[in-house]
Ligand binder design. Structure first.
Ligand SMILES: [Zn+2]
Length: 131
């Protein structure tokens, strides 16, 4: 069977070792809250490699959130016609706060996916599981 592409596995939030099993239960934006599974249902890889491993995902999430906040600030500046006076302060605060709130499920999911796929040297792709 064809191998699963890494970008596809990242996009679909699949296991970094087999690229088949899901990392989360529930959908990103749904009524069933997303939770990280303890291990991969396909290859049995333990996602939380050591206790407190996902604390490192906070740093990834922080970097993602800062990037998004800067982008939202620049977009607000652009779409408000370059307003940068004191009266438009709450516009910026509102847009950035609401945007960060709406993007938090996305950041939660993909910070863990990025941590597992790109920042975990012990976890390697094993094509023999990708069948
Ligand atoms: Zn797996």
């Amino acid at each position: 069977m064809k191998k699963t592409a890494k970008l596809y596995a990242v996009f679909k939030a699949r296991c970094p070792q087999c690229r088949r099993g899901p990392i989360f239960t529930g959908s990103m934006y749904g009524f069933n809250i997303q939770r990280t599974l303890h291990h991969c249902p396909v290859c049995e890889l333990r996602y939380e490699v050591e206790p407190g491993y996902f604390y490192a995902a906070m740093y990834v999430s922080y970097a993602m959130n800062m990037t998004e906040m800067i982008a939202m600030g620049l977009a607000t500046y652009h779409f408000s016609g370059g307003r940068l006076d004191f009266d438009s302060l709450w516009l910026y605060v509102g847009v950035i706060f609401l945007g960060s709130l709406l993007l938090s499920p996305f950041n939660y999911r993909y910070s863990r996916v990025f941590l597992l796929h790109y920042l975990s040297p012990k976890i390697r792709y094993k094509p023999e599981y990708d069948k």
